[in-house]
Write a protein that binds this ligand. Sequence first.
Ligand code: 5AD
Ligand code: SF4
Length: 441
Amino acid sequence: MSEKYFIVTYGCQMNVHESEKIAGILRRIGYEEEAEKKEEADIIVFNTCCIRENAENHAFGNIGALKKLKKQKPHLLIAVGGCMTQEKGKTDVLKKKFPFIDIMFGTLNLEELEELIRKKKLQKKRVISIREKEGEIVEFDDAYRTSYPNAWVNIMYGCNNFCSYCIVPYVRGRERSRDPENIVAEVKKLVAEGYREITLLGQNVNSYGSDGSTGVTFAELLDRVASIAGKFRVRFMTSHPKDFNEDVVKVMQKHPKICRLVHLPVQSGSNSVLSAMNRRYTREKYLQEVEMLRSYFPEAELTTDIIVGFPGETEEDYLATEELVKEVNFASAFTFVYSPREGTKATEMPNHVPEEIQKDRIMRLVALVNSLTRQKSEAYVGKTVEILCEDYDEKKGLYLGRDEFGRMGYFKSEKNLVGEFISLKVTKANGISLFGEIVVD
Ligand code: 5AD
Ligand code: SF4
């Protein structure tokens, strides 16, 4: 009987793709099948996130819940990796709290997992290996992808920005950019395999190659990727407003393949909060960039990340964020309550915002964002949009996919259309989702 694996992923797209790399490693060493439930697995890997406290609490809860299973099934291996293990002192906490963990590894030495599993199988003692500093980029050519027809492609790792609230630079190290030849070769291979949407990933894609190591800027890389022949879409994330520029937009103009959607995290609409966050741009600069983008593509959409309740944020600051959200008219926004992360500058700042006020602000902001999203959905009714079919929803009995702006559309089909582009005439909008009929042209 083949051995089975189960991976639990927390956090961002970067982690989702890293779990695909972990699955690739596990398959390489003989774990042939993905288990449907944890109880059926021979190895369980937790790919953790530490960006906010609740992501950590989830992981703690879920790891703790395995104590019984491990007792019943002693041959089961439990491995913990991801950003949490890179956090200072966290492995000691994990060791103490969960003595049944067999393996711990970091995001900076993911590739070692294969060796660590081998080692653990030969010894009783648990195996821990966390790399403290980033090393050379290790290329993976056997990630086991699970999101067809979409594929994630790392273009860089790490972050140099040290936004005052953020733990990422501490756990993922300094920026390193992948060789452009490797990126282009990976995308060519994915397109040849039938992937129809390529998302270039980095913490701050606009600073790709800015250390001179690649000889290519992000705009040039994007141009090369979008020049690859074939019918597919290109997305990229995350753009940083301090570095987002017209060169990138000019490349977008050259290639209809590049979605006219930019994820541009603003974090706050107040200049004093932006400055305390060490974001290194102003509200005015952000709005200028939005204007520049829309001067090229009036139809362009933006998505963003926003934090409320940052230390020192006043009601006036918060209202400035609301105003900015309305002015930009975001397609959608990820909204967060500030979460103090040990070791970051913001934890030492005065005037932490009381929890009730944070809660009140996040509720107001979510309501505002939802109302904008709903209005945009309603404006779709009657229009025909191109959807990349991604999946089948068994409950609804409908296929689903997204348009270039990331809007989800549902439709009926007798034929399996996953991986195909279809024209959808939108007949109904419901919250963030669209419903419609396929138009045959
Ligand atoms: N608290 C709340 N949100 C945070 N983010 C990053 N760090 C924190 C924190 N300490 C949010 C930012 C970032 C997104 C990925 O997560 O908005 O853009
Ligand atoms: Fe964190 Fe800022 Fe880097 Fe994004 S750019 S990962 S928010 S430090």
